[in-house]
Design a protein around this ligand. Sequence first.
Ligand code: COA
Length: 200
Amino acid sequence: MRSKIDELTIESLTGADAAREIPSLARLRMQVFREFPYLYDGSTAYEEKYLAAYTAVPDAVIVTARAGEVVVGAATALPLVDAVEEEQAPFREAGWPLDRICYFGESVLLPEWRGRGVGVSFFTHREAHARSLGLTKAVFCAVDRPADHPRRPADYVPLDAFWRKRGYERIPLETTFSWQDLDEEAESPKRMLFWAKDLT
Ligand SMILES: CC(C)(COP(=O)(O)OP(=O)(O)OC[C@H]1O[C@@H](n2cnc3c(N)ncnc32)[C@H](O)[C@@H]1OP(=O)(O)O)[C@@H](O)C(=O)NCCC(=O)NCCS
């Protein structure tokens, strides 16, 4: 699938085409996730370990937003059965059918390209990919930070309304991911809250 927004090309990539974009995805993750609420003090070693999952899964997709040759945004998805244990476990324990669910990973877009519909397009592309695999539910998780977090910018707008408008709702499942925050000396677990949408 391929679409255009202004001078940007949004494209769903799989297999070797997706694998070629992993360095761009790692660069974007390290840049965008340094911002609140992720505050991720990324390292190439962590990125290589995390993103290796995507190269090994034939049904994974990386959606890229490209301005000319430069990738300025990316989003990922893969069947939940191929996701890591921290992502699968809450659904298994709650009795959800793992083999019907598509797990959406990150959406990362450089700030100067926001507000023109690329984030919406990332959802459209990933939902189309999930449906093409016969999956009937899409889920993702987002970090839970306290409202009074010292690094929260005064003008920070949570993405909850954006996600609700796309048809996603909070579900009572959560997990933890570990990474090193900008203010931390080492990795620590972060509480991640799940959202879901029926694709039928
Ligand atoms: C999440 C993220 C990718 C969304 O990117 P985005 O491209 O700015 O989002 P969009 O432009 O598609 O949507 C934002 C709003 O602009 C609206 N919009 C769409 N087209 C538009 C246009 N041409 N002009 C102005 N606004 C537009 C959208 O409708 C949406 O509003 P709505 O929710 O009221 O419908 C981006 O905010 C980001 O990278 N955030 C940091 C990383 C992050 O937290 N990721 C999520 C967790 S992994």
